[in-house]
Write a protein that binds this ligand. Sequence first.
Ligand code: NAP
Length: 267
Amino acid sequence: MLPSLGMGTWHMGERREARAAEAAALRLGLDLGMDLVDTAEMYGEGGAEEVVAEALRGRPSRPFVVSKFYPHHAARRELLAACEASLGRLRLERIDLYLYHWRGRVPLAETVATLEELAARGRIGRWGVSNFAVADMEALFAVPGGERCAANQVLYHVGSRGIEFDLLPWCAGRGVEIMAYCPLGQGALLRHRALQALGKRLGATPAQVALAWLLARPGVCAIPKASSLAHVRENSASRGLTLDADALAALDRAFPPPRRKQPLAMT
Ligand code: NAP
């Protein structure tokens, strides 16, 4: 089981002058017990992985680390090299969960066999995918070893619930955990009146309501990104907020669950 609340790192590591503050935000989150960090070779073209390394430097224990590889690195030779490069930037011996960032053109069987090879060599703990719709998951499970996929990281927040119709139950039935990216809708969701009103009633912020809603879902791990210390504290405290039946009903009215299949939402 993944921790239910972790931290994202998209847009970190893009500007050298912001790196120290970004690492400090991650360190605060780790101190507060958000012990999963999500990154990718794409973020800041490796810069975000370096910020994660900086945040972990000198700590007695390390969190669960997730990274992702580009689709153009999904063939065997490129994937082995990409993984070593990520490990080098992260200054780690092992990536706990290594995700295929989005599906590309390399045959899935080759990518899965290479991920299994990396797991057998101890360079990664487990592997998973990202932005895979149900049809992609079916194709994945049809190749040898595909059923060993541990997680599917997809866009999911209270204002974007399309996966509840098909992908969420599909994954739940097969032990594939959902990692909810953009859990705050990249900030825009927080201006919604329903979240603001509910926050006011519960003595919480809209971000805390949005995160508490995700945290109440079994098998879902939310990875909000925050580079401000105040945001990190606020997000961490969302674990102390329980949404009662009235609050959940109000959210269902404002953000109705899907009634038909929808294309997978992506950033
Ligand atoms: P997000 O977490 O939904 O939103 C991040 C934005 O919300 C930032 O501008 C942040 O500001 C702000 N924020 C954070 N906490 C807040 C709070 N308590 N109150 C108000 N604003 C707050 O969006 P995201 O970064 O796109 O998604 C989260 C993570 O998911 C990413 O960082 C990345 O690790 C992963 N992701 C994966 C994919 C994929 O294809 N697999 C795609 C997108 C994202 P500050 O930074 O200024 O604090």
